[in-house]
Design a protein around this ligand. Sequence first.
Ligand code: 5AD
Ligand code: SF4
Length: 418
Amino acid sequence: MNFHDSERMIGILRDEGYNLTDNPDEADLIIFNTCSIREKAEQKFYSDLGRLRKLKKTNPGLKIGVGGCIAQQEGKRIFGRVPYVNLVLGPQNIESLPDLIGTEKSTSLEDRPDNSKTYIHPHRLDRIKAWVTIMYGCDNFCSYCVVPYTRGRERARPWKDIHREVKGLSEAGYKEITLLGQNVNSYGSGLEDGMDFTDLLYKIHSMDGIKRIRFITSHPKDLSKKLVRAMKELSKVCEHIHLPLQSGSDSVLYLMKRVYTYSDYKEKIELLRAEIPGIAITSDIITGFPGESEEDFEKTVKALKEINYDGIFAFKYSKRPNTSAVKLPYHMPDEVKAERLTRVLDIQDEITLRKNKELIGKEVGVLVEGKSKIGEDKMTGRTRTNKIVNFSGKTDLIGQEIKLRIIEARHHSLEGEI
Ligand code: 5AD
Ligand code: SF4
């Protein structure tokens, strides 16, 4: 989501005559696209911003902007904390960038419930896969989460706009699209045409060109049988779902305001696995949520062992401004959160490696994305189940779906051969 917001900001600036540079020393404008989902991301941003003080001295004409969720959350306070910042704009106000860049100090932080209809032509940073926003904001108000406060209420983009964008991508030769939203499964509320997320998948599937369709993120409460059927029927929809569990304990889930129990969640996993053989399932887990007892935590560990995810993202609970969890009793000391995080990650690492090793000797279809970051003249791509595979091959394979045999498995990637 943030990556794509950066593409939209770059797109707008390109239309204003700016070019991208990798070198801060030659930039006229530097914009930080920030994340405030956890405190750690915030601390990192302030230290990165601090490093620009010197640059501003050597290049007094340099403009510095802060975009994204920290901008939304902190607003004008950022000017007080870091005086050399020139502009502050929230994630709902990307289209105001052209008005802000000509000023010495300005902000754009209003809630924009109508911005689902404004299209910003993004500057795509990838040539094979593209991200398409289908909705903005979130109405779920999970008790730990800052997103509904920074990105505003849920708004769905109309089909005609999504259609135009996907058509353009397919004509430009893109092979894979990822539909983006905080809660894609609830797509459609507020739309006049009565479309829901499943209808959207069928419509996109019928368009030419695009070979693979992915989507993030799904909320378990909105994962319907209709959607599972669509995933099964539509050959372009990849066999992967990111379905954040957050905790395996019903009492913690209740305090998190997730509106499902572990057994509701488990039923959905069983349905997905029964209907879509080989589907990869990934998740998010929070450790040390206020009031999480050792017994609650053990339930999360048990859930990981029962579900056998293909991978997880796990985080220590972090207090976020405005969120209702801040007021809950029994906040945990950092050592407890950290120790539980390590345990969760260790358990999952073992499961991920075991699952990846099961693929050794198997043939998989891989969409080749480009040169691998590991170097050694290796190429990289992903399976439909979203696993990274590195292999020796030529650059003319980029954009093709090829068959690879898996010869080696690691925690976060596989190695294959043609
Ligand atoms: N503390 C820790 N993790 C959080 N997440 C969201 N808010 C918080 C928080 N306050 C995690 C959730 C979510 C993912 C994107 O970030 O697991 O699914
Ligand atoms: Fe945050 Fe996701 Fe919950 Fe929305 S559904 S409040 S984005 S965790």
